[in-house]
Design a protein. Sequence first.
Length: 242
Amino acid sequence: MEVLTEVGSLVLRVYLLRSLWTALYSQNAMPLNLPLHSMITYATVSLLMSLILEVDGTRLIREKLREGTIATDLMKPISVPLYFFSDGIGQTMLHAVLVIPSLLFALLLVRIDVPPVATVAVFAVSFLLGYCVNFFLNFLMNSIAFWTLETFAVQLVVRWVSDLLSGQIIPLTFFPGVVGRLVFALPFAAIYSTPLLIYVGVIPRAQWLTYLAVQGIWLVLFGAMSMLVWRAASRRVVVQGG
């Protein structure tokens, strides 16, 4: 029932997004270089991506700190961050299965553009980079629990900002001038905006490597920050309960 409910709610959201953007385009509220059918494709693919990107395996950090089991995990001959990443991959694969029936039902409601094979391949690479950037962002936020024991408020604020500035809800091409260049420079754009704009063709083939390189830079930066924060956090474990 949970799976059926989730698929049904996603199909309903696809229908609502189609109706919303159709109404907005009728009032000439359209982002740069995106005709209506491309915008509907953008919104639908973004919704399907969210099924995977919203899975947060690093929440285990907060839960294990509350239970006190993080202490025993740190004593095991394993890489604990890799354990969290692997657990997230398992949850992600489950949610990825939901994309298939959701996509089939969505195709009954909207027409999704399918780009050339090369574009789909680059989109997949960009999506993978965005997934890893998103993982390290969540990892950093949940690692704060080593000092605060609670990260919900921080995650809520960052999630609201990310939803707006990552391109998940609206394309970043909506933002004009200096503001537009600023939001494209933020790490949130590497999660949703870059893969989606590659998929719908707003980012031309000649600029693919540039945008992928920017994603790679954010990935390396967040990865290095996560390593430093984890080393500092693992040296001060506070066991609460358990």
